[in-house]
Design a protein around this ligand. Structure first.
Ligand code: F6R
Length: 357
C-alpha cells in the first residue's frame, strides 16, 4: 500500500492533486456542470440556517466552508465544535439543517449531536470519506469526499477534500438560488490542483524552512487573517500533533492581546499572506513580533509577495487559497516530525478516529 513512500502521511499529501481531480469528476453532470443530489438541494433550499458540526481538522474545514456558503449562496451558516454543541446548544433557527463533516464518519462527539438533533426532528446531511459509516447511515443524506482511505492519523487529504466539496455545495446552492457569480469554480479548482502539485514538487524548499525555523524550538505560532487565520489553526494543529512542538494559531490582530508575551528571541512565527485586503495588516502584526525577536517565516501568494518572504505559493482565486496554503503547512509538519525522529503516522496518545466522547 505504501509503495515507494516512507510514510502514509507523505503519500496522502502527495495524493491531493489526484483527490482534487476525482472530486471535480465525481461532482459533474453530463453537461460538465457541478451537481449534487436533488434531495440535498431540497434540504439546502428548505433551510433558513445551516449548522456545521465537526471536530478537529474537520472543524477547521467547516470554518472555510462557512465562508463559501455565506459569501456565494448567502445562506447564514454557523460552525460548531461537536463536543461543545451537544452540551451547550445555541438558540436554533426555525428551519435548521445540520451538516456533519467527518473524515471517518465515526467521531463520537459528532454522533452525539446527530442523535440529539434527530430526536428533535431536524434534518441532517453528512459529508464523509467513509461510505456506510455511522454518521452517514444515521443522517438523511450523505456527500462523499472521494479522498480514498486515509491511514495516517494526521488528516491531510481529507481536509482538502472537505473544503473542495464544501465549495461545490456552496456554488451549487448559489446557482439554485439564482445568485450570479463571476467565479468559474470548475476552472478555478483545476488551477488549484496545478498549484497543489507545484507546492508538492517543491517539498525540498519546505524542508529547508523546517531546518531554518523549527529544528530546536519548543513552540511556534501561526498568524493570518480571514482565510489565512483558519488555515493557521489547521497548520498549528498539524504541527503539534505530530512534531509535539507546542503550536497555536491566532488571528493576526489578536496575538498582541496577550500572547505576544510569549515571543522570545528566535520564536518561530508563521505568517500567511494570501488575502489582498488584509495583506498589510498581517504584515504589520508580523513586524510587531519580529521587533520582539520572533523568527518570522512569511508564506505569501504570488502577487502579494515582498522581499524577504520565505515561500511563495502560486496564485489562485483568493477564496480557494486554503486548498493550496495548507499543503505548505502539512509539509512543514511532516518534516518537523521526521527531523525529530517521531512516528509520523502514529503520533503518541492519538487514534485515527475518536469513538469516545
Ligand atoms: C487531526 C485529526 C483530527 C480529526 C478529528 C475528527 O489531524 O485527524 O483532529 O480531524 O478527530 O475526525 P473525523 O473527521 O473523522 O470526524
Amino acid at each position: 500500500e505504501l509503495g515507494t513512500y516512507p510514510h502514509y502521511m507523505i503519500k496522502e499529501i502527495n495524493e491531493q492533486p489526484q483527490v482534487m481531480r476525482k472530486i471535480i469528476k465525481e461532482y459533474q453532470d453530463d453537461n460538465g456542470d457541478f451537481k449534487i443530489d436533488d434531495a440535498i438541494i431540497k434540504q439546502l433550499n428548505d433551510a433558513d440556517r445551516l449548522y456545521i458540526i465537526a471536530a478537529g481538522t474537520s472543524y477547521h474545514a467547516g470554518l472555510i466552508g462557512k465562508e463559501y456558503i455565506e459569501k456565494w449562496a448567502g445562506v447564514p451558516t454557523e460552525v460548531h465544535v461537536a463536543s461543545e454543541f451537544v452540551y451547550n446548544t445555541p438558540l436554533l433557527s426555525e428551519k435548521p439543517l445540520f451538516i456533519f463533516i467527518s473524515q471517518s464518519g465515526e467521531t463520537a462527539d459528532s454522533r452525539a449531536v446527530l442523535v440529539d438533533i434527530k430526536e428533535k426532528g431536524y434534518p441532517a446531511l453528512t459529508i464523509t470519506n467513509v461510505v456506510g459509516s455511522t454518521l452517514s447511515r444515521e443522517a438523511d443524506q450523505t456527500l462523499i469526499l472521494h479522498a480514498g482511505p486515509e491511514i495516517a492519523v494526521a488528516s491531510t487529504k481529507a481536509y482538502v477534500a472537505q473544503i473542495a466539496v464544501l465549495s461545490i455545495v456552496a456554488a451549487v446552492t448559489a446557482r439554485e438560488l439564482g445568485k450570479k457569480s463571476d467565479l468559474n469554480l470548475m476552472s478555478e479548482l483545476g488551477k488549484v490542483t496545478t498549484a497543489i502539485t507545484s507546492v508538492i514538487d517543491d517539498a525540498s524548499t519546505i524542508e529547508e524552512i523546517v531546518k531554518n525555523f523549527l529544528e530546536t524550538t519548543r513552540n511556534a505560532f501561526f498568524i493570518g487573517r480571514t482565510m489565512d487565520y483558519y488555515v493557521g489553526l489547521e497548520g498549528a494543529l498539524k504541527l503539534k500533533e505530530i512534531s509535539y512542538i507546542q503550536a497555536e494559531g491566532f488571528a493576526g490582530g489578536e496575538l498582541k492581546h496577550g500572547t505576544i508575551a510569549l515571543i522570545e528571541d528566535g520564536t518561530p512565527v508563521f505568517s500567511l499572506i494570501t488575502q489582498e485586503k488584509v495583506n498589510l495588516n498581517t504584515r504589520g502584526n508580523a513586524q510587531e513580533v519580529a521587533a520582539r525577536g520572533a523568527n518570522v517565516c512569511t508564506i505569501a501568494m504570488e502577487g502579494l509577495e515582498q522581499e524577504g518572504d520565505s515561500y511563495i505559493i502560486p496564485r489562485v482565486d483568493e477564496m480557494l487559497t486554503p486548498l493550496v496554503s495548507v499543503v505548505v503547512y502539512q509539509l512543514i509538519s511532516y518534516y518537523a516530525a521526521l527531523h525529530r525522529g517521531n512516528d509520523v503516522d502514529k503520533p503518541r496518545n492519538l487514534a485515527k478516529s475518536v469513538t469516545v466522547e
